[in-house]
Ligand binder design. Structure first.
Ligand SMILES: Nc1nc2c(ncn2[C@@H]2O[C@H](COP(=O)(O)OP(=O)(O)OP(=O)(O)O)[C@@H](O)[C@H]2O)c(=O)[nH]1
Length: 771
């Protein structure tokens, strides 16, 4: 079980330890990898340097030895400045000069110019007379006249020999022959040491011929002089041969296998000295290192998890303390603050827990205090407060709730009316689904009588509801009474013919009766809540300017005549009676508008006014109309006007011959002529019979006279038909006067009338100015 707990993948310790272990593994893998690669590089470099150094050292040594011998032979040849014949003749004695060759060489040999051995020292039977004309070293010596070192060759004695040559020149510098020193290739003085040189344990030195096609020396004697194919993947050897430079690398060995090789050409002979360290030996330290690293890695692999686990346990130990504390706190034991030590994050956690603990204790104390306060409040509350389950089982009932419900035994729903009880139970069950408060009214039969209670229900949690009960029995009775009163008032208002509109303190329509709806051209619901000014226009008659209720109140006018423009755009004349509701509280600022439709009355009055001032036959003003206009003109400051009285001539004859209808027609035609000739603002009146008058404000007498003369001409052209078919005409006599400031209507008219009379007497059909 304990082991299983170790591998709890949800545990923080397990995860942290796993993370640490994984990190440790990864880090160590990276370090080991880097170390391995570094070491491999260093070992390789070291191995290459080792092989290259040994090859270089050996090659330098052999180069020195060969050069030393080349110098010896060259110096000897240089001392023999003899012609070919002399050389052949004195060869036996000349060769003895080179007795000092013994040591560095095994023998000194003289050749004639054709490559035939002519003398040797020490003498060896069978050597003199042998021809080397076809050998490379002879041809090259002869052709280049420079010292040469031959490739090793197998002598008849079975020994492997080497020849170092130099040309013998005659007095004229011609080729006379050749001096050579022979030496055994594997003598101690030359390459005999090669067999003893080792690179590491299995590494060895080889010597390759110039073309690299065969081994001059190889530790395996069977390979010596055996030609081999230079494989393409030996770049270091190829480079050493082709470019004559030293090179080192890891590649195939000339004798097969693979390893680290180094090649260095011998300058004196043009051969190539090579060193080879087989890969097996070269890589042995690397293999050992790899094994060591793998071993260490394995140990680290096994060691890291327990280490990480141990470390995490140590680091997270304060977490166990926190867990224990929290369990104790949950079990209701005393709250003990956590120690705020350990790693910083856990110390922060402990500090945060301690703060939360302190805050919780403070809020618990606060809650307890508040609970006591609310309990006291509930007991003293005029509201019934009840906490019950969703099925209505009470858990807390205050004093007032018991009183209101009339049941102290907890069966508070027992007294509720059947329907109401079911509604309350449904509301309790549904409470909380919509976050708000559910309000309903329920009737209860209590010992004190029937009660109507308003219950506000709100869910406290998934199991409990709070019910607040308010006794509204009396308010309901009052409301019912008020409702009845309202209905009565509404019936009265609906039965009267006038429009009644009630507006509130913001001038918004609160009520309007059916006549008002008709008059305003709106339906009740459409106008309610809108400002009266937006629903209907109350306009001053004549000017058409809007009139507001506040203006009317400010002017102290309660009843006045207005024009009403309805929402439909139609206008009508109304009499408005405005009264403010004299009440404090909710109705303050309310106004009642009573609108009486005055259209007919005002039309009738207008007709009367018109008839009183106008002549019905011609539509012109009558005498009273003229007198009114005359009176107004005389009252104006700086009066300046002309007044004309015009009387028709011979009208009686028109009447008599044409009949009364023809007379009326003539009168109407004359009226039209007069009305057409005057300006706007002038007044034309028929004073009676065939007598007319014109009041021309602002018109000087001369201009009036001229105007009326033109009018006279037009009147003279008028014709009406008589009964006998004849056309009847007439003329007009006119008297004109100017109004003066001293005039009144009568004197002015009399003066104009007198002028008219004078025109008549003067022969009619003319205009006379008053004097
Ligand atoms: N058709 C018609 N005749 C009317 C009306 N009022 C008055 N009369 C007649 O008009 C006539 C006026 O008489 P006079 O003033 O003598 O007529 P007159 O022929 O023009 O005479 P002088 O003015 O002297 O030129 C009378 O015969 C009236 O009966 C009316 O409203 N219609």
């Amino acid at each position: 079980m304990r082991v299983l707990r170790l591998f709890d993948t949800h545990s923080l310790k397990f995860r942290a330890a796993l993370f640490c272990a994984a990190f440790g593994w990864l880090l160590s893998a990276v370090l080991i990898g880097v170390y391995y690669l570094e070491s491999r590089g260093a070992l390789e470099a070291m191995r290459r340097a080792q092989v290259a150094a040994l090859v270089e050292r050996t090659a330098t040594d052999f180069d020195d030895r060969l050069r030393q011998r080349q110098r010896l032979v060259s110096d000897g040849a240089a001392q023999l400045t003899v012609g070919a014949e002399q050389l052949t003749r004195d060869a036996a004695s000349l060769v003895t000069r080179f007795s000092h060759f013994k040591g560095p060489f095994s023998a000194a040999i003289l050749y004639d110019r054709h490559g035939t051995i002519i003398a040797d020292y020490p003498s060896q039977p069978g050597r003199v007379g042998v021809s080397v004309a076809e050998r490379d070293y002879f041809r090259q010596t002869r052709d280049t006249l420079r010292p040469q070192v031959s490739d090793p060759f197998l002598a008849k004695t079975g020994r492997r020999l080497l020849v170092v040559t130099a040309p013998i020149l005659g007095p004229d510098g011609e080729f006379s022959g050749m001096l050579a020193g022979t030496l055994e290739l594997f003598s101690q003085e030359m390459f005999g040491e090669l067999a003893g040189i080792r690179i590491g344990e299995h590494g060895y030195i080889v010597l390759l011929s110039k073309q690299g096609g065969r081994f001059i020396y190889h530790p395996a004697p069977t390979l010596i002089d055996r030609p081999f194919q230079l494989a393409g993947e030996l770049p270091s050897l190829a480079r050493a041969l082709a470019e004559g430079v030293a090179s080192v690398g890891r590649e195939g060995l000339p004798d097969g296998g693979e390893g680290i090789v180094a090649y260095r050409p011998l300058q004196a002979a043009g051969w190539v000295l090579g060193g080879a360290l087989p890969a097996g030996e070269a890589d042995a330290p690397l293999l050992a290192l790899t094994r060591t690293l793998l071993g260490l890695g394995l140990v680290w692999l096994l060691l890291v998890p327990p280490l990480a686990w141990w470390l995490m346990r140590r680091l997270l130990r304060p977490l166990d303390a926190i867990e224990t504390q929290l369990e104790r706190a949950q079990a209701g034991e005393d709250h003990v603050p956590l120690a705020e030590d350990g790693v910083r994050e856990l110390a922060h956690l402990a500090r945060a827990y301690n703060r939360a603990l302190a805050a919780r204790e403070a809020s618990e104390a606060d809650a307890a205090e508040r609970e006591a306060f609310f309990k006291a409040l509930n007991e003293a509350s005029p509201l019934g407060v009840l906490v019950c389950s969703r099925s209505g089982v009470p858990r807390y009932v205050n004093q007032m709730a018991n009183t209101l419900l009339g049941a102290a035994d907890g069966r508070w729903l027992h007294n509720a009316h059947g329907d109401d009880c079911a509604r309350i139970l449904r509301a309790l069950a549904d409470a909380g689904e919509s976050a708000g408060v559910t309000q309903l009214r329920a009737r209860f039969r209590t010992p004190g009588g029937e009660r109507l209670l308003e219950a506000s229900i709100v869910a406290l949690d998934s199991a409990c509801c709070l019910v607040v009960l308010l006794d509204i029995t009396r308010q309901d009775a009052e409301f019912q009474a008020l409702q009845g009163e309202r209905e009565r008032q509404a019936a009265i208002l609906e039965s009267i013919a006038d429009a009644v509109v009630l507006t509130n303190h913001r001038d918004e329509v609160e009520y309007l009766n059916a006549p008002a709806q008709r008059m305003l051209g709106v339906r009740g619901a459409g106008a309610l809540g809108r400002r009266l000014g937006a629903v209907v226009g109350l306009l001053e008659p004549g000017s058409g300017l809007p009139v507001g209720a506040r203006v009317l109140e400010a002017e102290g006018r309660k009843t006045l005549e207005l024009d009403l423009e309805a929402a439909t755009g139609s206008r009508r004349a109304v009499t408005l009676t405005l009264s403010s509701v004299c009440a404090q509280g909710a109705m303050q600022g309310y106004r009642v508008y009573v609108l009486h439709d005055d259209t007919e009355r005002r039309a009738r009055e207008a007709s009367h006014r018109y008839q009183a001032l106008h002549d019905p036959l011609t539509g012109l003003f009558n005498r009273r109309g003229l007198e009114t206009a005359l009176h107004q003109a005389l009252q104006a400051d700086g009066v300046r006007a002309a007044l004309a009285v015009l009387d028709l001539d011979g009208f009686k004859a028109v009447n008599d011959r044409g009949g009364h209808a023809a007379g009326d027609l003539m009168l109407q035609q004359v009226a039209r002529v007069l009305a057409q000739r005057v300006r706007e603002g002038d007044t034309v009146a028929r004073l009676g019979g065939d007598e007319f008058a014109l009041l021309l404000p602002g018109c000087p007498p001369d201009a009036a006279q001229q105007l009326l003369e033109r009018v006279g001409v037009e009147i003279a052209r008028l014709r009406v038909a008589a009964a006998d078919g004849l056309a009847l005409g007439l003329s007009a006599s006119t008297g004109v006067t100017s109004l003066s400031g001293d005039d009144d209507a009568a004197t002015a008219l009399a003066r104009a009338d007198a002028a008219c009379y004078r025109a008549k007497r003067a022969g009619r059909d003319r205009v006379e100015l008053a004097v």
